[in-house]
Design a protein around this ligand. Sequence first.
Ligand SMILES: Cc1ncc(COP(=O)(O)O)c(C=O)c1O
Length: 442
Amino acid sequence: MSALPLRLDRAASDPLPVQLAGQIRALILAGTLERGDRLPSSRALAADLGTSRAVAEQAYEQLIAEGWLQGRRGSGTYVGAPPGPIRPRRPRRSSVATDAPLRHLDTGTPWTDPCSTAGWRRAWREVSTATPPRGYDDPRGLPELRVALADRLARTRGLEADPDEIVLTAGTTDALRQLLPELPPGAIAVEDPGYRAAVETVRTFGRRVVDLPAIEPVTDLHGCAAAYVTPAHQHPLGRVMPAADRLTLLDAARASDAVVVEDDYDSEFRYDVAPVPALATLDRERVAYVGTAAKSVIPTLRLGWLVPPSDLLDAVVRRRTITHAGAAWPSQRALLTLLRDGWADKAVRAARRVYAERAPRVAAAMSPHAELAGPLAGMYSTWLLPQADAVRARDAALAAGFRLNLLSSYSRSSGLTGLVIGFGGVTDDELDRALAVISRAL
Ligand SMILES: Cc1ncc(COP(=O)(O)O)c(C=O)c1O
C-alpha cells in the first residue's frame, strides 16, 4: 500500500501499468488528487507498491500523454488536470420503459406483412456472407442495386434512367441534402401544407423557404433555385397533381431556371387506378427525381435514390466522393436481395390490398364529420375540419393511447386545418378503436 490508496492485483487480466494509471485517473476524477498535487517519484511509488519502477514509469507516461499529469524536469510529476471532482454524468432516464405505449396513426409508418420474415432472413443471410467493398468504392452506390433500381423505376414509374444516373441515398431528406449545395443561390419553394422534413432541411442549409400553395397550379418560381413537390400524392393533402398543372410547373421552372425536386414517396399505393407516371418522365433535365424505400420496404432501412438532372449529377457525385456521403452497404445489399427475389413487389401488392381495405373504413368514420382533402390513396388520409374540432379529436385520441397529427402542423401560411390519419402502422383492431374515439369526439 502506498501513501495513496492504490492496490495492484497481480491476478487481474489488466497489465499492472494499466491498473495503476486507471486508479490514479480515478483519484483525480474523484477530487482526491487535485491540480498541482505532487505525486511520489516513480522509484518511491514502485517501492510502496512492491513492483518494478518500470510499472510506475509507464503509468505516469500514459497519464502525462492523456493530459492528467505533467512531468516537470527535475522537480517531479504533478496533477495537471482540471481541479475539483468531475461528477460522472447521471445516466438519463430511458423513456423506452416508462412511456405509455402510444400507437401512431402517422403518415410515415407503412403496414408490413407479419408473414414476410423469410425474405428478410434471406436478405440478411446474404449480407452476412457477401464480401463488402474494401474501400469507399463507387460513390453512387452498389452497382448491382442501381441496375435493379433502374429496372424498377422503368417498370413502376415509367422513368427511364441509366444505372449510372442513379445515386443511392440514406433516404429522401438525404437526397435533398445532396442536391442543395449544388443548386444556384435562391430560395426553395416547398408546398404549403407540405413535407416538414423538407422544410427543416432547406432551412438547415440557410436557404429561405417560399410557400407554394399545395393545391394551385405553380405559375411563378421567380427567385427560386428549386421547387420541392409531391406530385403523385401531395403530402399531406393527398391530391394528385393534374397533367395540366405538371406542364405549368415545368414551364415556370424553365422560365426561372429552377430545378423541380420530385418527392415520389408513396406513389405505388394507388388502389383505384395504376400509379400516375413520375413527373420526371416529362423532363429529365429539369426534374430531380427522389425515391425512397421507406414506404415500399421499411423506413428504418434508411435507403433512397436520387436521379438528378444530368447537369447536377457530376457535381453530386464529386461531392459524395469527397465527403463519403454514401448509403450504408449492408442496407444496400439487403435491398438488392429483396428486389431480386421479388419480395419488394410482393410486399407492395400486399400492403396495397390492406390500405385499399382500411382507407374506406377511415372514410366511413370520418366523412359524416369532415371533408376529405384528396382522393383515397397511400397509407393516410387528410380531413378538413375547424381547428377546435381537430384539436378535440386529436386530444381524445391521445387520451386513448393514439397519436395523430393536426393538419395545421404541416401548414405554414395556408391556414388549412384538420386531421391527418395514418392507417399503416396499427392493427385493424387498433384502427377501429382509434376511429371510434375520434368519431365520438367529433
Ligand atoms: C412526403 C414524404 N416524403 C418522403 C418520406 C420518406 O422519407 P425518408 O426516405 O427519409 O424515410 C416521407 C415519410 O414519411 C414523407 O412523408
